[in-house]
Write a protein that binds this ligand. Structure first.
Ligand code: PNS
Length: 160
């Protein structure tokens, strides 16, 4: 049976670390949905449309990846769309508590839904969207941190 997974996140903006996880998920599963979602604890710099646009551009060569956005609960979307598992990247021990809490909450809401953690690539362990935003907004070089094809758009958006 075909396996569908979702890589959910705020992606504000997508980093090379996110893209590494999406690429690896695309090699492991039949269909990968990248979900650009609302994290109620965060106040994003980029609109949902801009974040979708960055992700579509960065994943355009991956045939089994589609980028979507939806309101509401991730667990509910997965139930309604027959998504087998959530895939999240883990960078450091400090990520673990938050990720574990989300995984267990989603499992309680949708007992069929598994969460799979992929360890971040060694080169992406330190990367975060918030660091990218801070460095770019202060005029620093983010070319090592974000996919090349959307670098200029991200820089323009953050220096506005
Ligand atoms: O990149 P982030 O901000 O760490 O991703 C968190 C995200 C967006 C995956 C999480 O906040 C989420 O799933 N939001 C959708 C609403 C939802 O289902 N909330 C309950 C999560 S346990």
């Amino acid at each position: 049976m075909k396996k569908t997974v979702i890589c959910p996140g705020s992606f504000d903006p997508v980093t090379r670390g996110h893209l590494d996880i999406i690429n690896r998920a695309a090699r492991m599963f039949d269909c990968v949905i990248v979900g650009v979602l609302v994290n109620s604890a965060k106040n994003p710099s980029f609109s949902i449309e801009e974040r979708i646009d960055f992700l579509r551009e960065a994943t355009k060569e991956l045939d089994n990846v589609k980028v979507v956005s939806f309101d509401g609960l991730l667990a509910e979307y997965c139930r309604q769309n027959n998504v087998d598992a959530v895939v999240r990247g883990l960078r450091a021990v400090s990520d673990f508590e938050y990720e574990f809490q989300m995984a267990l909450t989603n499992k309680k809401l949708n007992p069929q839904l598994e969460t799979i953690f992929l360890s971040a690539d060694a080169d992406a362990m330190y990367l975060s969207s918030s660091m990218v935003r801070e460095v770019a907004s202060m005029g620093g070089d983010i070319s090592n941190f974000v996919p090349e094809c959307i670098h200029d758009k991200i820089v323009r958006g953050l220096r506005k």
